[in-house]
Design a protein around this ligand. Structure first.
Ligand code: SF4
Ligand code: SF4
Ligand code: SF4
Ligand code: FES
Length: 626
C-alpha cells in the first residue's frame, strides 16, 4: 500500500494513501466532532461539523470526506476551525429546541456534547428555539418515535437502515429546512422495518426515540455492560443498560449488529422471574430442593434423564455432562443429525462470510432466525425455500421448493465460491442427508458452508455433552415407563412436542424437575423448580458461529448456576447407573412439531416478551404486504 506523509497539528504521521483526514486524525487521538459520519457507513459529508483547516489549500475542508495527500498539513484546533464549529452549532441550535431536560437523549447526545465544547448554544437567527418550524410526523409505531424539530438531518438513520439492516424502511421527505424522516410505510410496525433499533442507536440527537425506554431512566444513572447477545448462534456484540436489578435497554455497539430479538425482546428478562426454589408449588430453600432432587435421582439413576437447553453456557453444560446421566436436548432433532451427516464442521471466518461473491440461503428465512447474518450479505443472494418473506429485502433470486427438493435444487445451483447459508428447516434423517450434501459441496466444489442454528449454543451442547441421545427415544422410554424422572433445563420441549403428547409424557413421569428462569409455564406443573440464570445474570462462554465468546452478566443473580450444580453433583450417588439405549434413530414421529422461528418467536424466553408479542399480533395477516 502506497504511503503518504502528512502533518496534523504539527505532528508528522505516515498513513496509507486513501485514508481520510478524520481516520488519520483518529490515529493521533484528535477529537474531531461529527454528526453524519459513522465508520461503518458510506461517507455522506452533509453536516459539516467535522471541518478542519487545510494549510496548503488555505481553506476549511470536511475531515470525514477529504482524503490525505502527500505533504498535507491539517490544523484541527486553530481559531478558524473553532469559529467554523461554533457557526455550524449556532445554525443547528436555531431550529433545535433546547428541551434537553425532557429529551431522552440527554447525557448521550452529540449536539449537547459538541455544544458544550464548541458552543455557545445561541441561535444565529432571531427566532425562539421553541418555535415550531417542521411538521411533527407520527410514525404510527408503538416502539419508535420521531421528534422532527430535534433532527439535525445527518441521514445516518436512513443510511443505517439502507446499508446495514438493508430493509430500506426510512427515507427523507421534503427538502432543506422542511426535510423530515419518514417510514416508507405506515403504520411502521407492520412495514418492512425489522425493529432492530439501529436508527435509534445511531441518531446523534434525540430525534428518534425508543418508546419503551422513554422517560424510564437517564443514561448516566445506568450501568453499561458490553457483552454478546446469546439468543441466536451469531453472538452479536451488544450493550446492556441496567441498574443491577433490571434491564432498561439492549442496544448495538459501534459494530451496528443487533436485531429485534434482544432490542425489543429485552423485557422478557424482566418478566415473571423465578426468585426462589419450589417443591410442589411451595417456596423452599435451595438445600431442600437439591436434597429432594438428589434423593429422586439416587434412588434409580438409570430411570432419570436430563434435557439440556441450547441456550445454556458451556460452563453449565460441562457441569451437567459431569453428572453422567442420560442426557438429551431438542437439538437432537435438527443440529445433531445435521452435524453427524456433515462430519467435522469448521465455520468460515467473518471476513470470508462478508467477502463472498454470492450467497445461497436454504430452508428457513434467516431474516427471521439469525437477522444480523443478513446485514453481512451485500452481494447476490439466491434463496431456496418455501416462500419469500422478509428475506425479500435482499432482492434474492428465488427458487421455490419444499422438503428434500430444496436440497436437490441446492446441488444444481451451488458452484465454486458459493457461500451456502443454512439455519433451520430440516429434522431427523433429512437433516442428516443435508449434512452429507453440504460436506460434498464443500469438498468437491469448494463451497463455504455456514451452519447457523437459531439457538445460541447448539454447538456448545454438541461439544460439551459427550453422550447425547435422541429426544424422541427418551420420550418413548418415558411412555414405556423405563424413564420415570426428568430433569429439564429450559422449556423448549413445550415448543416442539404436540400438546396432547406432551401432556401424556408429563403425566407419565413420576418426578418432573425443572431448572428455569421463569415462575410460569412448565414451572407451574413441575414437582421441583430451581431458578436458572440466563446470559443476562451469569458470565458464561458460548460456542457461537464465529467462535467461542464470553457473555458478561449484568444483573446480580440469586444463586450462581455453577454453585447450584456443583452442590447437586456432590449430593448425587450414581453407582447403579446403566445407560441402555438402542442404536440412534433419527426418525421424526408425527407428534414432533417444527420449532417455528420468527423474529418475534425465537426462544422460550423471547416468547415472554410483551414487546415482541404485541409486535407479532399487529403483524398477523399483513406480512405479504411489504
Ligand atoms: S428499526 Fe431498524 S429496520 Fe426499522 S427503521 Fe430503524 S434501522 Fe430500519
Ligand atoms: S432522525 Fe437522527 S439520525 Fe435521522 S437524520 Fe435526524 S438526526 Fe440524523
Ligand atoms: S442476530 Fe442473533 S445474536 Fe445477533 S442480536 Fe439478533 S438474536 Fe442476538
Ligand atoms: S461528519 Fe463530516 S460532514 Fe458530517
Amino acid at each position: 500500500m502506497e504511503k503518504v506523509n502528512i502533518k496534523i497539528d504539527g505532528i508528522e504521521i505516515q498513513v496509507d494513501k486513501g485514508t481520510t483526514v478524520l481516520e488519520a486524525a483518529k490515529k493521533l487521538n484528535k477529537l474531531i466532532p461529527t454528526f453524519c459520519y459513522h465508520e461503518k457507513l458510506p461517507i455522506f459529508g452533509g453536516c459539516r461539523m467535522c471541518l478542519v483547516y487545510d494549510v496548503k489549500a488555505r481553506r476549511s475542508i470536511i475531515a470525514c470526506g477529504s482524503y490525505v495527500y502527500d505533504g498535507m498539513e491539517i490544523e484541527t484546533e486553530n481559531e478558524k476551525v473553532k469559529e467554523d464549529r461554533k457557526f455550524i452549532l449556532e445554525m443547528l441550535f436555531t431550529r433545535h429546541p433546547l428541551d434537553c431536560p425532557i429529551c431522552d437523549k440527554a447525557g448521550e447526545c452529540d449536539l449537547q456534547n459538541w455544544g458544550t465544547y464548541w458552543g455557545p448554544q445561541n441561535p444565529v437567527l432571531p427566532i425562539t428555539p421553541f418555535e415550531k418550524i417542521r411538521e411533527e410526523v407520527d410514525w404510527e409505531s408503538d416502539y419508535l418515535e420521531y421528534v422532527s424539530n430535534r433532527c439535525v438531518l445527518c441521514m445516518k438513520c436512513v443510511s443505517v437502515c439502507d446499508n446495514i439492516n438493508q430493509s430500506h424502511s426510512l427515507y427523507p421527505l421534503e427538502r432543506a429546512f422542511e426535510t423530515l424522516i419518514d417510514p416508507v410505510k405506515k403504520p411502521m410496525d407492520t412495514s418492512s422495518c425489522e425493529m432492530c433499533g439501529l436508527c435509534v442507536d445511531i441518531c446523534p440527537v434525540g430525534a428518534i426515540l425508543f418508546k419503551p425506554f422513554k422517560y424510564n431512566a437517564r443514561p448516566w444513572l445506568l450501568n453499561e455492560t458490553f457483552t454478546h447477545c446469546s439468543i441466536c448462534s451469531l453472538g452479536c456484540p451488544v450493550v446492556i443498560d441496567h441498574d443491577g436489578k433490571k434491564i432498561y435497554r439492549i442496544r448495538s455497539t459501534a459494530e451496528l449488529e443487533v436485531c429485534a430479538k434482544p432490542y425489543l425482546g429485552y423485557d422478557s428478562f424482566n418478566t415473571n422471574r423465578l426468585k426462589t426454589p419450589k417443591i410442589n408449588g411451595e417456596n423452599t430453600s435451595l438445600d431442600n430442593a437439591l436434597k429432594q432432587i438428589a434423593e429422586t435421582v439416587n434412588k434409580n439413576p438409570s430411570k432419570t434423564a436430563v434435557i439440556v437447553s441450547p441456550y445454556l453456557s458451556n460452563e453449565v453444560l460441562e457441569s451437567i455432562n459431569s453428572f453422567g446421566l442420560l442426557t438429551t436436548s431438542i437439538i437432537t432433532l435438527d443440529v445433531v443429525p445435521l452435524l453427524e451427516g456433515f462430519g467435522d464442521y469448521k465455520p468460515p471466518t467473518q471476513e470470508e462470510i462478508k467477502n463472498a461473491s454470492h450467497y445461497i440461503v436454504i430452508g428457513d428465512d434467516i431474516t427471521l432466525t439469525n437477522p444480523v447474518l443478513t446485514y453481512y450479505m451485500k452481494k447476490k443472494v439466491v434463496y431456496i425455500g418455501e416462500s419469500l418473506g422478509r428475506i425479500k429485502k435482499l432482492y434474492p433470486y428465488f427458487i421455490q421448493a419444499k422438503g428434500r427438493e430444496i436440497i436437490e435444487k441446492l446441488k444444481e445451483v451451488a458452484q465454486e465460491g458459493s457461500v451456502i447459508v443454512y439455519s433451520s428447516y430440516f429434522y431427523g434423517e433429512d437433516a442428516r442427508y443435508l449434512g452429507e450434501v453440504l460436506k460434498n459441496l464443500e469438498v468437491e466444489k469448494g463451497c463455504k458452508i455456514i451452519i447457523s442454528p437459531p439457538y445460541s449454543n447448539a454447538f456448545g451442547v454438541v461439544n460439551y455433552i459427550k453422550n447425547i441421545y435422541p429426544i424422541t427415544q427418551i420420550f418413548e422410554k418415558v411412555i414405556s415407563g423405563e424413564i420415570e424422572n426428568i430433569v429439564m433445563f429450559g422449556e423448549e420441549i413445550s415448543l416442539v412436542v404436540e400438546e396432547e403428547k406432551l401432556k401424556e409424557i408429563l403425566n407419565k413421569l413420576k418426578t418432573k424437575i425443572l431448572f428455569t428462569p421463569f415462575e410460569d409455564g412448565l414451572a407451574l406443573i413441575s414437582d421441583v423448580v430451581i431458578p436458572l440464570n440466563t446470559w443476562i445474570e451469569e458470565d458464561g462462554h458460548y460456542d457461537f458461529l464465529t467462535g467461542q465468546r464470553k457473555s458478561k452478566a449484568s444483573i446480580k443473580p440469586i444463586y450462581k448456576n455453577s454453585d447450584v450444580l456443583n452442590k447437586l453433583k456432590s449430593m448425587l450417588q450414581l453407582n447403579n447407573l446403566k445407560i441402555d439405549i438402542k442404536p440412534f434413530d433419527y426418525s421424526i414421529p408425527d407428534w414432533i412439531l417444527k420449532y417455528q422461528q420468527d423474529i418475534w418467536d425465537c426462544s422460550y424466553f423471547s416468547l415472554r416478551s410483551e414487546n415482541l408479542t404485541n409486535w407479532k399480533l399487529k403483524n398477523l395477516g399483513v406480512l405479504d404486504e411489504y
